[in-house]
Design a protein around this ligand. Structure first.
Ligand SMILES: [Zn+2]
Length: 98
């Protein structure tokens, strides 16, 4: 049971980390965090849903845009992973207190 909780927390954290990437890139640039949808900053091609999975897609694409080959910074999967790890730590801390 605890494994299911921790894996769920990790996956949720990956999603939060992915959203954190959007905020970290767009807010300083004065852009909306809602529109447009995820796209390559180089060729502006919309990111396909299967290319938008936290960490997994970056690894599958070997850190490159599928369409133009733009190098996707490693910061993206690292922030996503940080979100996953933080979520697991928070859940473990909550369980330790309970
Ligand atoms: Zn591109």
């Amino acid at each position: 049971m605890i494994v299911v909780v921790l894996v769920s927390a990790f996956l949720f954290g990956l999603i939060v980390g992915s959203f954190a990437n959007v905020v970290l890139v767009r807010v300083p640039a004065g852009e909306s965090i809602v529109q447009p949808a995820s796209h390559c900053p180089s060729c502006e091609t919309p990111v396909r849903p299967y290319d938008n999975l936290p960490v997994v897609s970056w690894l599958a694409l070997r850190g490159r845009c599928r369409d133009c080959g733009w190098h996707i910074p490693a910061r993206y999967p690292l922030v996503e992973l940080a979100g996953g790890v933080i979520a697991v730590v928070v859940v473990l801390a909550i369980l330790a207190v309970a």
